[in-house]
Design a protein around this ligand. Structure first.
Ligand SMILES: NC(=O)c1ccc[n+]([C@@H]2O[C@H](COP(=O)([O-])OP(=O)(O)OC[C@H]3O[C@@H](n4cnc5c(N)ncnc54)[C@H](OP(=O)(O)O)[C@@H]3O)[C@@H](O)[C@H]2O)c1
Length: 323
């Protein structure tokens, strides 16, 4: 099979297409013929080792000291089951599925084995492989942070970085939860955010939301430029800051804020849960959650897809069509 392999850290050009053996599923696994996947900011972070401030050493320890321990990146995919392990009863050969490999990665290949009891669900026929492949990375992050924040209907939510993969999922899922949503993005993305359901849009080039009079029950920072010290006065007295992207010092300060202020800072990696993926598939079928798709690339051009992600300017997810 062909796989996009990253045998050293560096720019997009370190990603090469190579021949690898087709994996054979273990007894509790299925082997998926991948049809579509994405290049995400997780792939960019692992490939470039560009980590939030303070996480440089942790990144090397987690992903490999001198080169990626898992050379095939890619966190999410949609495809068809090609082979089934001896003990698997939940899936059969030919089933169309969507899977979130998350931190284990390995989705940038023609075939990927996944444990049948992990984050994998059937793909309804009404969802395209492209849309299905882009549900998990932003969607599961949004669901997990909103769950930890105990988001309620009628709350006012501000999403900073609303036009990215995580931000655009947060806008749609917060609207669906009954919240009033303010999206912070560039002027070029303002109309797209209104179409996703944002009631208000703030263009960060002209307005600093943290200095305005509005107060928010929840502020989700998907950019990393809205630490607690900056947004404290923009939060309600029981407000929550969702630090989707947080530096190590900010994470270390969070317990102090949480213990002393009545407000909360919620940070750390989002959980990878099959129930969340199932929810996202259901919401996508119902037309409630439609992942924003940025550029599409052929598998042979996956290095260009990485370069697009590296710009930091993508709107939603960068799709890679494998088959
Ligand atoms: N904690 C977790 O478990 C977790 C999970 C997933 C992701 N993350 C992290 O979350 C961050 C966001 O991920 P992502 O995939 O959503 O990123 P992304 O898709 O690359 O975000 C790109 C978007 O950010 C916007 N942006 C850039 N600068 C901005 C600014 N100053 N203010 C507002 N918007 C700005 C851009 O809009 P314009 O072009 O309009 O500027 C663009 O649409 C990443 O750092 C990622 O590592 C954390």
């Amino acid at each position: 099979m062909q796989a996009a392999v990253c045998t050293r850290y560096g720019p997009p050009s370190v990603v090469r297409i190579e021949e690898r053996p087709v994996p054979v599923p273990a007894a509790n696994e299925v082997c998926i013929r991948v049809r579509a996947t994405t290049v995400s900011t997780a792939d960019w972070r692992v490939r470039s080792q560009c980590m939030p401030h303070g996480f440089g050493l942790a990144g090397r320890l987690a992903f490999g000291l001198h080169a990626p321990r898992q050379p095939i990146l890619g966190t999410e995919l949609a495809g068809d089951i090609d082979a089934v392990g001896a003990h698997v009863t939940a899936f059969a050969e030919g089933d169309a599925v969507v899977a979130f490999t998350g931190a284990a990665m390995g989705a940038h290949a023609e075939y990927r084995c996944v444990r049948a009891d992990r984050v994998i669900v059937r793909k309804p026929a009404t969802l395209s492989y492209d849309v299905a492949a882009a549900l998990a990375f932003g969607g599961t992050t949004a669901l997990d942070f909103f769950r930890r924040a105990a988001l309620c209907a009628d709350e006012h939510v501000l999403v900073n970085g609303a036009s990215g993969t995580v931000g655009s999922a947060m806008v749609q899922l917060a609207v669906h939860a009954g919240a009033e949503v303010t999206a912070v993005c560039s002027g070029a993305n303002a109309d797209a955010m209104r179409q996703l359901g944002a009631a208000h849009v703030v263009d960060y080039a002209h307005t600093d939301f943290a200095r305005e009079r509005a107060r928010y029950d929840v502020i989700a920072d998907c950019v990393g430029n809205a630490p607690y010290a900056r947004v404290r006065d923009a939060l309600t007295p029981r407000g929550r800051l969702l630090a989707v992207l947080a530096t190590l010092p900010a994470m270390l300060r969070a317990p102090w804020v949480n213990a002393t202020t009545g407000r909360r800072v919620i940070a750390g990696p989002a959980a990878e849960r099959v129930d969340d993926l199932r929810t996202l598939v259901d919401l996508a079928v119902a037309g409630v959650f439609t992942p924003c798709l940025d550029a599409h690339f052929a598998f042979a051009d996956i290095a260009r897809a990485h370069a697009r992600v590296d710009t930091g300017r993508k709107r939603g997810s960068v799709l890679v069509e494998v088959a």
